[in-house]
Write a protein that binds this ligand. Structure first.
Ligand SMILES: [Ca+2]
Length: 386
């Protein structure tokens, strides 16, 4: 990578938008329009003062857990109280894009107080790391984590502080999906199955490997793998269609929305709609190849998608129900994708006036959408229907 490419990469993936990147195309509204024209939902601030918040999960109707990338987990209430750092996290390698990343309450949290979190796990000697997924029990007073157990560690641990992926999804049958990045300088690993770079993996809640995983028993393949050929998957959600959906960062262009199916290859870095930072083809410059799945949708230029959530509630009217919301870091907006027959029928750009990097998107128990903004003074926002 040349110095120019490195600079462009840094601007696009880490440092956020400079003025050149902040220019956005006019709003395009296709497919179904919001219920009342000119009455888009508006954000209100629930909590502020969060240091690079990355993930959130509700534990009851009024309280949620929020991660801060530097390595803290906090209890936040809908009345705006931000609690002290919860004790008991394992060692975390917080550098670059790494740190404490996603958190997810178990679907049975009300009875088992179990949560899952993923983070950058340091390796021996401190100069290598990889993404790990752990479970824990939140103490009754919510002050500490008990019974912390590492369920999965991405292999191998390598140097570098980029492309950790790291969204957690629980499927309705009680399995955990974890999305993983290609670690940037190991992008070719995404096409080989003896490692976890550029993969989506699926495990049981106790770390065991489901016997129906697609590569179970295949010589030379790691059995946790669900799908591969991904780049940096920072968004994931279970869809109302009963399938996993993900978003991943492309290089310069070619950010993707995928619906990862078991045992399928999503192409990176053999096929991509993006190019090298600073220009030039990646590999042979292919966009299609036999045996490699196409994305459902792609963004060129890159928006840098992170969190995502489906709107399943009726709080925003019929036009929004079933929409997929995707937070954009680089272009600083919230994308609302309308889906028809499993395809994207239109994209509406929301919250452009806010000018914030949208890191996480979740629907709360009240059916409203909650967002985290990524900055040193990050905020928890709630989208209010109009
Ligand atoms: Ca792809």
């Amino acid at each position: 990578m040349t110095a120019k490419q490195l600079l462009v990469w840094w601007v696009c993936t880490a440092a956020g938008a400079l003025s050149a990147n902040a220019q956005v195309a006019p709003t395009v509204v296709a497919g179904s329009a919001p219920a009342a024209a000119g009455a888009k939902p508006q954000p209100d601030v629930v909590a502020r003062g969060l240091a690079h918040p990355w993930g959130l999960t509700f534990i009851d109707a009024q309280r949620l857990l929020v991660t801060e990338r530097p390595g803290r987990l906090r209890l936040v209430t809908l009345t705006g109280q931000v609690g002290p750092a919860i004790a008991g996290l394992p060692p975390i390698h917080a550098a670059g894009q790494g740190g404490l990343l996603d958190v997810l309450a178990d679907s049975q949290f009300a009875v088992n107080r179990t949560l899952y979190f993923c983070y950058t796990e340091p390796g021996a000697g401190g100069n290598v790391s990889s993404t790990a997924l752990a479970s824990a029990r939140l103490s009754d007073d919510a002050s500490r984590l008990d019974n912390v157990r590492v369920l999965f560690s991405q292999k191998p641990k390598v140097s570098g502080n980029a492309h950790f992926g790291c969204r957690i999804v629980e499927s309705p049958d009680g399995k955990l999906f974890l999305t993983l990045g290609d670690r940037y300088h190991r992008m070719h690993d995404a096409q080989t199955l003896d490692n976890h770079h550029g993969k989506v993996v699926r495990i049981h809640k106790d770390g065991r490997i489901p016997p129906d995983n697609p590569l179970m028993g295949q010589a030379g393949a790691l059995p946790e793998i669900w799908s591969w050929g991904h780049r940096n998957v920072q968004g994931a959600a279970w869809g109302p269609d009963g399938a996993l959906w993900t978003v991943e960062h492309g290089p310069q262009g070619g950010d993707e929305l995928n619906r990862p199916q078991p045992g399928k290859n999503y192409g990176w870095p053999v096929i991509t709609y993006g190019e090298q930072y600073g220009g030039g083809p990646i590999g042979q410059g292919l966009q299609t190849h036999p045996g490699m799945a196409q994305p459902v949708y792609q963004w060129t230029p890159s928006i840098a998608p992170s969190g995502m959530a489906f709107v399943t509630s009726a709080r925003y009217g019929r036009a929004w129900q079933g929409s997929l919301l995707v937070g954009a870091l680089k272009f600083r907006y919230l994308a609302r994708l309308t889906l028809q027959g499993g395809q994207v029928a239109g994209e509406e750009k929301l919250l452009q006036d806010l000018g914030e990097r949208i890191r996480a998107v979740r629907q709360g128990p009240d059916g409203l959408i909650y967002l985290l903004t990524d900055s040193a003074q990050g905020r928890l926002l709630r989208l209010q229907p109009r």
